[in-house]
Ligand binder design. Sequence first.
Ligand SMILES: O=P(O)(O)O[C@@H]1C[C@H](O)[C@@H](CO)O1
Ligand SMILES: Nc1nc2[nH]cnc2c(=O)[nH]1
Length: 309
Amino acid sequence: MHDFPDLPFDAAIEAIKATVPSHLQSPRVGIVCGSGLSGLVDSIRDLHLVPYNTIPGFAESTVPGHKSSLAFGLMGSGEGVPVVAMLGRFHPYEGHDLRVVVYPIRVMARLGITNLILTNAAGGLNPNLAVGTIVALHDHLALPNMTGMNALLGPLTSSSHARFVPLSDAYSPALRRLLFLGAHHLGLSADEVTEGTYAWVSGPTYESPAEGRFLRLVGADVVGMSTVPEVLAARQEGLNVMALSLVTNAVVIPETYRDIRAEVATELAGKPVELPPAQVVSHEEVLEIGKAKGQVMMKLVEYVVSALS
Ligand SMILES: O=P(O)(O)O[C@@H]1C[C@H](O)[C@@H](CO)O1
Ligand SMILES: Nc1nc2[nH]cnc2c(=O)[nH]1
C-alpha cells in the first residue's frame, strides 16, 4: 500500500505511537462523538488522550461541545476492547476541506480499526421521532455528494483504494443487529431506538421550513451536518460502519404558514390576535439534549463494542 504525501499519515501514526502506551496502540474499534456526545469517553478505561494539535494533519474542532482530542483506552467488561474515540469532529462549515474532515477516519483505519461507530446530533424530520430518540442509520440522502461536494473527490489517498465506492451496503446490517440486541438487553423500546435515513446538509444554517418539508418528502427521517463524509471515507478504507443519530430537536415543518394578512385584519377590527409560540432551534438546545440523553447512546455503544471482542 502506498500513501500519498500531501496527507502526513506516517507522521501522524508516529506522533500517536510516541505517546500512547503499547497495549492501546492498535485499537479495534473507532468511535466518533457528535455534538454534546463526548461524554462517551466516561465509558473508556485506561484512558489516554492525544490532543489533535499534536497530530500532524489534524485540524482543531471549533464547535462548542466538540473537544479536540483522540481518546485511546479499553471499553467493555473483562479484558476490554481497545478503542480510539474522536472527542469532537470536523465539519465543512467550519471551513475545513473535506479531505481534512475525513483524515482522522483514515488515520484510525491505519491504526488498525476494523469497525467504526459514528454518532451525531440531528434534527427530526419524521414526525414519529420524539426528541431523545436514537436512530440507527440504514441509509443516507446527501444532496451535497450528488452535486460536487463529495469527500471522495480528488486523488486517491492510497493506491489500494477503490475509485468507485458502492453505498448500497454502507451501514453494516451486522452492527445494526448487535445494536438492536443491545437495545433489547437494556430494556429500550422501539420508540427509543429505531432505524432511519439521514439527510446530510452542509449547514451551518438549520433548515428553513420549506427545506425541512422537502427533505421529509424525499424520504429522510433525520437531518444533520456531519457523518456522511466520514461514512464514505470509512467505506473506502474497508471499515464496517454503524452510525447513530440522537434526535435533539424537531425540524420545524409547518403544514401552513401563519396568515399575517388575516392577523392584521383581525387586529384592525379591534380583536385580539393570538400569536403562535416562536419555534427556533439553537445549538445550546442540541447540546443540552445530548447531555441529557447521551447516557443511553453510551450504553448502546458499549454493548456493541463489547460484543465485538
Ligand atoms: O457533529 P454533529 O453532527 O453531532 O453536530 C450537529 C450538527 C451541527 O454540527 C451541530 C448543530 O447544532 O450539531
Ligand atoms: N441540519 C441540522 N442539523 C442538526 N443538528 C442538530 N439538529 C439539527 C437540525 O435541526 N438540522
